[in-house]
Ligand binder design. Structure first.
Ligand code: FAD
Length: 438
């Protein structure tokens, strides 16, 4: 995988080695320590929203639900599709089929996607104070943290890792996401999942390429995490929460990223991880002065002060990065630019709604967080609200002034920093896989 993962990235001037060094040595330790602070550890999210696009298929989150179809004999007659006495709609048929696939499968483990909702009493008391504090602020846009069903989740209790979510349910989500990009993935006779070839990207405009690369980079990051925290032994995995042995699975990593297993695309998907990393880092730099003046309120004066100092310290390092992503070349071509920008935003909003269809709670939690984080980065880069008078990043990496009335919501800030921490962690994990291959 790594031989082709070298040199310059496309659609930006940076190269992979520079990012590896900068991330692994300078950013990774700082961002991981930052997101362990209380302000960033608790994320408010509504995981109970109905999927607006198709009937719920959370059953397919069950491990092995789709990869081990039951034998024909074990399927009760009413669901085998041959009983012409029963008139079934396609939806009813689908539900029965998936139900029977799961019922017939005694090997599934729904606990792998288990979400630990525990919040200690002390934290509950503190969090009640946060809400009062946040509600007193003027929020300028709606997000699902204001829904009645939204709950705080302690991210440290729910690490992103292998959950066994796979098969047609997971593929339907990825396919829908790529389709939102107006890339209709091409049917591929050799693969069950149609995919976009990187060579097709040259026919697209820069903005659509950026969109695709960002999503593909996020997809890589999610898959790297499940390879690096794979369930190696599941002796105790049936406990809730499951307590198996988790660790790096090199074979799984190669299956997903080796060029010989991915029609040559694996290294490009890894490069897209670096691309989305640069994009989010640029957003942090651009809104840097804003982040340096944010309160990071948790009610604990010392902790809040430490968080502010850690933010300042990390930003001061980010400002030194020599080749930031340059967003100024996007959405600036004539009268179509505004339409394209609106399309870009609408498509991205749809992707965040698709997240409500993810059929595994833990995947949904991290999927929603990372999409919200990326959405916040795009908002900073492209909404025009964060551009100061000196809005030309090619002049240098220094942050731009923000308009003083702009605010980000707590969940947006928490999501952006945690999403960036995930990307940083993925790049660090690549180093581990590289060493294992050596
Ligand atoms: P998939 O990853 O499902 O990919 C489908 C197809 O897309 C591939 O066959 C390939 O053609 C193409 N593709 C793959 N990677 C890329 C890329 N980077 N860029 C472009 N195209 C690509 N599983 C877990 O175990 N833990 C999780 O926390 C988790 N979170 C998830 C969150 C979301 C939002 C979603 C949609 C899925 C999540 N999954 C998670 C499932 C996981 O991402 C895979 O879908 C699953 O492991 C099945 O993998 P696969 O090999 O079939 O390929």
């Amino acid at each position: 995988c790594f031989e082709s993962l070298q040199g310059a990235l496309e659609d930006c001037t940076c190269n992979v080695d520079t990012i590896d060094y900068f991330n692994n040595v300078k950013i990774f330790p700082r961002i991981q320590s930052l997101v362990s602070k209380d302000y960033f550890r608790f994320y408010k999210v509504n995981l109970k929203k109905e999927c607006p696009f198709w009937a719920d298929d959370s059953r397919c989150a069950m491990k092995y639900c789709h990869i081990k179809p039951c034998s024909k004999d074990s399927v009760p007659q009413y669901a085998d599709g041959h009983d012409d006495h029963i008139d079934e709609s396609p939806a009813t048929k689908y539900l029965k089929e998936t139900q029977n696939e799961c019922m017939a499968d005694d090997d599934h483990n729904p606990d792998l996607g288990y979400l630990n909702m525990t919040i200690s009493p002390a934290s509950q008391y503190e969090i009640a104070k946060w809400s009062a504090h946040d509600n007193a602020l003027e929020n300028f846009c709606e997000s699902d943290d204001r829904d009645v069903d939204a709950e705080y989740i302690d991210l440290s209790l729910n690490p992103e890792r292998y959950t066994g979510y796979k098969g047609s349910s997971a593929h339907r989500i990825w396919r829908s996401i790529y389709e939102e990009n107006c890339f209709r993935p091409k049917a591929n006779p050799y693969s069950s999942f149609p995919f976009v070839l990187s060579s097709d990207l040259s026919n697209m405009c820069l903005e659509k390429r950026v969109f695709y690369r960002a999503i593909s980079g996020l997809h890589s990051s999610i898959n790297i995490h499940l390879c690096s925290k794979y369930l190696l032994s599941e002796k105790t995995a049936f406990a809730a929460p499951p307590e198996g042995e988790w660790g790096a699975n090199l074979v799984e990593f190669q299956r997903r990223f080796d060029p010989s297993m991915t029609f040559g695309e694996g290294p490009n998907w890894l490069k897209n991880l670096y691309f989305v990393y640069l994009l989010e880092m640029r957003a942090l730099a651009k809104a840097g002065p804003y982040f340096e003046h944010e309160e990071y309120y948790t009610g604990n004066h010392n902790e809040d002060e430490e968080t502010r100092q850690a933010i300042s310290n990390m930003l001061s390092v980010i400002y030194t990065f020599p080749e930031h992503f340059n967003e100024s070349s996007m959405f600036n071509k004539g009268i179509q630019a505004a339409t394209l920008k609106k399309e870009f935003r609408d498509h991205f909003r749809n992707i965040s709604r698709i997240m409500d269809c993810v059929g595994c709670d833990k995947c949904k939690l991290w999927g929603k967080l990372q999409i919200q984080g990326l959405g916040t980065a795009l908002k900073i880069l492209f909404s025009g609200r964060w551009d100061g008078g000196d809005a030309d990043p090619s002049v240098g990496p220094l942050p731009l002034r923000h308009k003083s009335h702009e605010r980000l919501q707590r969940t947006e800030i928490v999501a952006l920093f945690n999403a960036f921490a995930r990307l940083s962690n993925s790049i660090r994990e690549l180093e581990n896989f590289r060493n294992m291959l050596r």
